[in-house]
Design a protein around this ligand. Sequence first.
Ligand SMILES: [Zn+2]
Ligand SMILES: [Zn+2]
Length: 149
Amino acid sequence: MAREQQGEEVRWANRVREAGLRATRPRILVLATLRRVGGHRTADDVLSFLNEADASLSRGTVYKVLNDLAAAELVMQADHGPGATLYEIADEWHHHFVCRSCGVVIDIPCYVGSKPCLDTDLPGAEVDEAQVIVRGRCPVCVADDGAVA
Ligand SMILES: [Zn+2]
Ligand SMILES: [Zn+2]
């Protein structure tokens, strides 16, 4: 287990360097944590997962590290409307479905697969990213309603 973890840390260190950042321990810890827990997480979520794993970083450090990693495109900020910023490991470019009932955020594929996947007719503008939020009710909420009826 420990050896596996070390291998993962080396891989993240390489990714961080390839992105042009110094491979600091906080950056590697935050990336490894986001990968381990998966999904879409706030900075405070990441902070508490780190605390549970006895790898505590200060709140300020976690916020700053997430910002740096997002700027380097190692981490993606998942657009989900109002509320705390949600971060996830930047794998394939994708969009999000947000459930109006329970608030769950679910990945949905982007048919283009890289950004910007939509252009705009705004004259003179340069588009670098288009994140689509699809809203509705998630399969769990729809099924719950069915059960009541
Ligand atoms: Zn739902
Ligand atoms: Zn996502």
